[in-house]
Design a protein around this ligand. Structure first.
Ligand code: NAP
Length: 416
């Protein structure tokens, strides 16, 4: 395929499949979107770290061929005001794996979230957020080491489906009339209206994905987090469909929490995963007070959005929380924080979120040696108390460094 502004690197090869096993050449072309605001600083720093780790781990035999693709403000400058050019989607569909910095989204108007558009257009239905504590990271908890969860947030449905009608519009009035007159619904005049679709199809493929992940990595439980006590036919149905997948498709590998106590005296039998569920609101308390009880979490879109940032805050904040948006055909890893516009080009912020998203991407590609090198070097850097401003303000005797200097220190620590 030919592109208008995207330059396909001559020295790289395409990743051709993301199934099991994945088809990853030694010089894979990986797409990146720099991102708005602090995106440039953290992408430059992180790419240096990823490249150094791959070079160190494989002695030049493996190397990423980076291919810049465009979204957000940089795209608008290049493509005549188009914030999400169609060739960005084409390139991701052709090259399958990418990583992105944050993108600006206006609140309450303007264009629709570019992040949501990417997830929906490319059907990246699973937002995967591993959250664990790294030694030395400042945390408000007494035992942050108890947190080691992977949150699977449904990425394409729920109130993010974009089915919303502003108060006062003809569409809103038509829908309001239908709801009142045909279905007997009651709500205040002049309400904005939104629709929350949650399907068996969308729920089951997410649960299947999480179950396979948990089995491959020897995880011990999956907790379905929902608000089914109130939203019975969306969140309640989500819970029921998740259990159905476990029961019907993984009967040998899964047991419910009731079975765990009734049949196994509370001891998880070898090779089994316990499937349990919790109401979303109490889950925030559990993750503060009893985080050890949770391992893999599966949840609808909005719960997952809140929960993943809240749990990330317990182990260092969104500045270091990684994320990946994964579908059956394309995977797009991303920093989980926003564009923090006041820090644009100041070379100041923490590159950790994007850097660890890249670690998750390397693991996804099966390049675990490079991923481990980065994690070890990061922990070493933290042990030296060399940090960016956000951690420095929580660590009284730390040395505060810039984004680029932090990256250089992590790279040096790969050699140490
Ligand atoms: P934000 O950009 O995440 O920034 C909020 C605050 O979080 C910052 O002011 C900063 O705190 C801290 N922070 C964020 N990234 C950091 C980093 N790398 N290192 C250290 N601290 C960091 O959230 P926002 O201000 O609500 O959103 C700004 C824009 O980003 C909006 O347009 C929003 O839509 C967009 N956004 C994009 C994504 C995405 O692309 N995935 C996600 C969320 C938001 P201090 O002020 O305390 O230093």
């Amino acid at each position: 395929m030919s592109y208008q502004h995207i330059v396909v690197p001559a020295e790289g090869e395409k990743i051709t499949c993301l199934g099991d096993p994945k088809c990853v050449p030694d010089h894979p072309i990986i797409a990146f979107i720099e991102g708005d605001g602090i995106g440039r600083d953290i992408m430059n720093a992180s790419r240096r770290i990823w490249d150094a780790a791959v070079e160190k781990a494989y002695g030049g035999q493996r190397k990423i061929a980076w291919m810049e693709i465009y979204a957000g403000e940089k795209a608008a400058r290049l493509y005549d005001g188009d914030y999400m050019p169609s060739e960005t989607f084409d390139a991701l569909r052709e090259f399958l794996v990418g990583i992105k910095g944050p993108l600006t989204t206006p609140v309450g108007g303007g264009f629709r979230s570019l992040n949501v558009t990417l997830r929906q257009e490319l059907d990246l239905y699973a937002c995967v957020r591993p959250v664990k504590w790294y030694r030395g990271v400042p945390s408000p908890l007494r035992h942050p080491e108890d947190i080691d969860v992977v949150i699977f947030r449904e990425n394409t449905e729920d109130v993010y489906a974009g089915i919303e009608y502003a108060a006062g519009t003809p569409e809103n009035e038509k829908l309001a009339r239908f709801l009142r007159e045909e279905l007997g619904a009651q709500f205040f005049e002049g309400s904005g209206l939104g629709v929350k679709p949650i399907s068996a199809f969308g729920t089951k493929r997410l649960m299947r994905f999480a179950l396979r992940y948990a089995l491959e990595r020897g995880r011990s439980s999956i907790t379905i987090v929902h608000k089914g006590n109130i939203q019975k036919f969306t969140e309640g149905a989500f819970r029921n469909w998740c259990y159905e997948v476990a029961r019907e498709e993984f009967p040998e590998q899964t047991i419910t929490e009731d079975e765990l106590w009734d049949q196994y005296g509370g001891q998880v039998p070898e090779g089994k995963i316990v499937i349990k569920d919790r109401i979303a609101d109490i889950m925030f308390q559990h993750m503060l007070l009893r985080p050890k009880e949770f391992d893999v979490i599966v949840t609808p879109n909005l719960n997952g959005d809140y929960l993943s940032d809240a749990v990330a805050a317990e182990v260092g904040g969104v500045g270091i929380a990684p994320g990946g948006n994964i579908g059956d055909h394309v995977a797009l890893f991303e920093a989980t924080h926003g564009t923090a516009p006041k820090y644009t080009d100041l070379d100041k912020v923490n590159p950790g979120s994007l850097m660890f998203s890249g670690v998750t991407m390397l693991e996804f590609l099966g390049w675990n040696e490079a991923a481990e090198l980065i994690t070890a070097a990061y922990e070493k850097t933290l042990a030296q108390k060399i940090v960016t401003y956000d951690f420095a303000r929580q660590m009284p005797d730390a040395t505060e460094v810039s984004t680029s200097m932090f990256a250089s220190t992590v790279i040096q620590n790969m050699d140490a």
